[in-house]
Design a protein around this ligand. Structure first.
Ligand SMILES: NC(=O)c1ccc[n+]([C@@H]2O[C@H](COP(=O)([O-])OP(=O)(O)OC[C@H]3O[C@@H](n4cnc5c(N)ncnc54)[C@H](OP(=O)(O)O)[C@@H]3O)[C@@H](O)[C@H]2O)c1
Length: 346
């Protein structure tokens, strides 16, 4: 029987109940599952699939769509922009992001067309607004730290963009704990707004930032997190245990670097054991891997990636799987994966 829905939950597919968490200490509420376009939009799927997937996401209560200038060299933002325009959803009902750092011209990037200078951040923001066809970005990320730009320049630029109404919240992606704290120190000193959120990789294979490095920041600052690659690019579904399925991410030309990183005997063995365990419990491995991320209260939202409708529907079932991840199940997962970061004994 269905539970009665409090005001902040949203029903759609049978038994799927979306929940919303505040982004760190901010007032913004994001759906605990969100949807991103890296690799998939433009490289794997066209407008009609993007339309279908974003529709399923939105209809199931997802209110955050993630993007970046570098995804398919700007084409991913253009595709998302076309879908958003066609859907004509109430702009107040969803949030959309972009990220700047890598530029969108690939090898043709000139100086000032990458990085976090005031010039590139400002121009990247303007370009993202045009490609996404929106008047403001809800979230704007520094996609990587930039050793060549003073942190005060970054903090001031992001605050100017907020003042201009072009972005609402700013954050970082794959910054170290020290770099995030330095941004907060400068922001405090100058009475500016520091980064509200960080976008780190987080999954059963990559845990140190979320479970170790950022702990003091969660405690003292209240940082929000929009975590990426919950399935380690699909590996945690067990789909790569017997080779590389045709059309899957690790079969795409240009992703050899990811294939080399992921397809290691030890990792594949763990992924297979994890998938077998999930199936034994009657849970899909993808849903269990995503629900495992949601168990961490420092996760504000898990960004899903999907190249097919069936995958997205499977991944949404993480919400059903969540209550089934009891302490006993979590311990069994630890035993299989053995990836818990080592914390100091004291
Ligand atoms: N800030 C950053 O630096 C950064 C970096 C990476 C990603 N991100 C963001 O995070 C989002 C999610 O990352 P991700 O795409 O790497 O997430 P992921 O969940 O680790 O991988 C998604 C991929 O796994 C496969 N997959 C998904 N569900 C599946 C299922 N149920 N069964 C079998 N295969 C399944 C699909 O690939 P195939 O169908 O091709 O096999 C899908 O595209 C991105 O779209 C992006 O918005 C941010």
């Amino acid at each position: 029987m269905r539970r009665a829905a409090p005001a902040h939950v949203f029903y759609n597919l049978k038994n799927i109940i979306m929940e919303y968490r505040r982004l760190g200490k901010s007032g913004l509420q994001l759906s605990v599952l969100s949807f991103g376009s890296w690799v998939t939009f433009h490289k794997q799927i066209g407008d009609s699939s993007a339309d279908e997937l974003m529709g399923i996401a939105y209809d199931n209560g997802i209110n955050f769509f993630d993007n970046a200038e570098v995804y398919s060299l700007g084409e991913s933002e253009k595709m998302m922009g076309r879908v958003l325009k066609k859907k004509n959803w109430d702009r107040t009902s969803y949030t959309v992001s972009s990220k700047a750092f890598f530029g969108w011209r690939g090898k043709a990037n000139k100086p000032n067309q990458t990085g976090l200078s005031r010039k590139h951040l400002t121009e990247a923001c303007h370009e993202a607004l045009q490609r996404l066809q929106v008047d403001y970005l809800d979230l704007f990320f520094c996609h990587r730290p930039d050793k060549n730009t003073p942190i005060a320049e970054v903090v001031w630029t992001m605050n100017t963009l907020i003042q201009q109404g072009k972005i609402l919240y700013w954050g970082t992606s794959e910054w170290s704990g020290v770099e995030i704290m330095e941004a907060h120190r400068v922001a405090d000193q100058q009475h500016l707004i520091g980064p509200t959120m960080e976008q780190p990789q987080y999954n059963l294979l990559e845990r140190n930032k979320m479970e170790n490095e950022y702990l003091e920041i969660f405690k003292n600052i209240g940082l929000g997190t929009t975590i990426w690659s919950p399935l380690a690019s699909g590996l945690l579904t067990g789909k790569y245990s017997d080779g590389i399925p045709e059309g899957s991410r690790l079969a795409i030309a240009g992703f050899e670097w990811l294939k080399d990183r992921m397809l290691q005997e030890e990792i594949l063995k763990k992924a297979k054991k994890f998938a077998d365990f999930a199936q034994k419990l009657g849970i899909s491995p993808a849903a269990m891997a995503i629900a495992w991320c949601l168990k961490n209260p420092h996760v504000s939202t898990v960004i899903l990636g999907a190249s097919k409708k069936e995958q997205l529907e499977d991944n949404l079932k993480a919400l059903e799987a969540l209550p089934r991840l009891t302490n006993e199940v979590m311990e069994k997962i630890e035993k299989i994966m053995q990836t818990r970061p080592k914390l100091p004994e004291y």
